[in-house]
Design a protein around this ligand. Structure first.
Ligand SMILES: [Zn+2]
Length: 105
């Protein structure tokens, strides 16, 4: 049993507001085959990831600013904002506020 502060917590920053937070608290997006932007609901998908805060406002900001394409180094990515937003809403609704380990249902 190590001290809690000895546990390594991976930190990532939101590509919209640049806030830094433990990876598990952020929503991971990744670039899938065919240059599509997808939500990585398990945080285990292969490839480059882009993280945003678990909020629709950061998602929309990242979408508007082109942060996803830039972070994922894609020149031609055209994210389906409507579809992703609906899926993100469902994902956020499942999460338990204040619980960093709410990824598993
Ligand atoms: Zn953010």
């Amino acid at each position: 049993m190590g001290a809690p502060d000895a546990i390594h917590v991976p930190i990532r920053s939101c590509c919209a507001c640049r806030r830094r937070a433990p990876k598990v608290e952020l929503i991971r997006f990744f670039r899938s085959a065919g240059d599509r932007l997808e939500i990585d609901e398990t945080q285990r998908a292969e490839g480059r990831g882009a993280y945003v805060c678990p909020s629709l406002s950061c998602f929309e900001r990242a979408l508007k600013k082109g942060s996803f394409a830039r972070t994922l180094r894609s020149r031609s990515m055209a994210p389906d904002g409507e579809d992703l937003r609906a899926r993100l809403e469902r994902l956020l609704a499942r999460r338990v506020p204040g619980c960093g380990e709410s990824w598993n249902e």
